[in-house]
Design a binder for this molecule. Structure first.
Ligand code: IMP
Length: 440
């Protein structure tokens, strides 16, 4: 059974936790897009661990993790993360594999990310890690891949061309000082030496694993609404965070994916700029942010919080082909008297333009034009809260009736069943609902 797990909102849905739970039944864990802009938090044995580039199931013994070709790798960040994992007793030498086709992030990518963000008319709120500029080089066919990095001659030549080009941009567009070719060559050659033993042909590695009957778990980073094609463009990241990205970003055929699981929080959050129709007013924002510890795992930025938006989640269920969903952080809503769910939008301009000629401005599908989403007002349905602690609940049947009603309503609104519910950050605070494998 090969399973793809993706975020069905704007990222930070609690994928790390869900993947950690699902990893028990997988052999190989694969990241297929994004980079160290991601931060997947796992709390195991009372200790917190934040994964940025390495697949988050590796705290389980005997697993192997592959960083796929669709990922962009900052070698310094990766080595630091490997060091932290090793200090937790994980045999990183054995279990971390890196695709030779993955692209490498350099300091000039980071610098370009920061200056572009600072000079852009409308900020995107990027993580400033060089992710976008590295994917630009990949698409422009000037990027440097792990295979190049590990080949001294190719690397020296490709780096030389890149540094000339980037220094030209930095000077001409931003009046910034140049990068040193010699310094980068030496530093990155050192990284190459340390990472080379982990580099494999990712496609071949996964094919062999599948032939041996190994179970694969693909770990999406960010979320559907941050996908470069299907998200709230341009307020997105630069990779394919949807399930299709698992095929291109790992090199596996679509026909070998057995299940897709979407992860949603019981409410919605987003970091960075861009439209967010169900965003809370500030008083409620403070309450939920504090209760849900809604601060970015990578940048520490406070996350924007809002009610569950069924329009965006329905869009995510469709583009990813989710067979089922996992709902996380249900406990954060425990004290709410009333819970709102956004079931549609109202576009005030559309109803005004129609001038009473039949147009109501009612929208129940995700608008692909981000400027339309920006002016949409949410249409809410109110449900009673449960005002009971759910953090110790271990079975669906034990949940308060109002919580069950809320979750069942989400299933109806999204048209999929729930396969897993999480009610806290610890490993034990999650329970499966039905069988993940047969959920449909
Ligand atoms: P970038 O990925 O650094 O280019 O940032 C682009 C957008 O994606 C910004 O709004 C970021 O806040 C957002 N973003 C990137 N990675 C994550 C993540 O792991 N969780 C949530 N938002 C993210």
């Amino acid at each position: 059974m090969n399973i793809v797990v993706v975020g069905a909102q704007w990222g930070d849905e609690g994928k790390g936790k869900v993947i950690d739970v699902l990893s028990e039944d997988a052999d190989i864990l694969i990241r297929f897009q994004g980079g160290h802009n991601a931060g997947h938090t796992v709390v195991a044995d009372g200790e917190e661990f934040i994964f940025h580039l390495i697949p988050s199931g590796l705290l389980h013994k005997g697993k192997v993790g592959l960083i796929g070709n669709g990922v962009v790798i900052d070698p310094e960040a990766l080595l630091e993360e490997m060091g932290r994992l090793a200090s937790r007793g994980v045999d990183v030498q054995r279990c971390v594999k890196i695709s030779d086709q993955a692209h490498v992030i350099f300091p000039y990518h980071k610098r370009l990310d920061l200056v572009e963000e600072a000079t852009r008319p409308g900020r995107l709120g990027t993580t400033g890690r060089g992710i976008g500029p590295c994917y630009v080089d990949k698409s422009a066919r000037s990027g440097i891949r792990m295979a190049d990095l590990c080949n001294r001659e190719t690397f020296a030549e490709k780096l030389r061309q890149n540094v000339i080009e980037k220094n030209r941009w930095l000077k001409a567009l931003y009046n910034e000082p140049p990068c040193s070719y010699e310094e980068l060559l030496e530093r990155y050659s050192g990284y190459a030496k340390r990472l080379a033993p982990h580099v494999v042909n990712g496609t071949r590695f996964l094919r062999a694993a599948m032939q041996q009957g190994k179970r694969l778990l693909f770990e999406g980073a960010q979320g559907t609404l941050l996908d470069v094609d299907h998200g709230t463009y341009p307020y997105v990241t630069s990779s394919s965070a949807t399930a299709g990205g698992a095929c291109t970003g790992a090199g596996i055929p679509p026909t070998r994916i057995d299940r897709v699981i979407g992860i949603v929080k019981a409410y919605t959050t987003r970091v960075g700029e861009g439209p967010f129709p169900t965003e809370f007013p500030s008083a409620l924002m403070d309450v939920i942010r504090a209760k849900g510890k809604e601060f970015g795992a990578t940048t520490g930025r406070p996350r924007r919080c809002g009610w569950f938006d069924a329009v965006i989640a329905r869009h995510a269920v469709w583009v990813n082909g989710c067979d089922s969903i996992a709902v996380t952080k249900l406990d954060v809503l425990d004290e709410m008297e009333t819970i709102q769910v956004c079931v549609g939008y109202h576009d005030p301009s559309a109803s005004k333009a129609a001038g009473g000629a039949g147009g109501t401005g009612a929208i129940d599908e995700f608008p692909s034009d981000t400027s339309v989403l920006a002016r949409c007002q949410p249409v809410y349905e109110s449900l009673p809260g449960w005002r009971q602690d759910t953090s110790e609940v271990g079975r669906f049947e034990e949940l308060p009736e109002a919580a069950k009603r809320y979750l069942k309503r989400l299933e109806v609104l999204l048209g999929v069943s729930i396969c897993l519910i999480s009610t806290g950050s610890k490993r034990e605070q999650a329970f499966k609902v039905g069988s993940i494998g047969s959920a449909a």
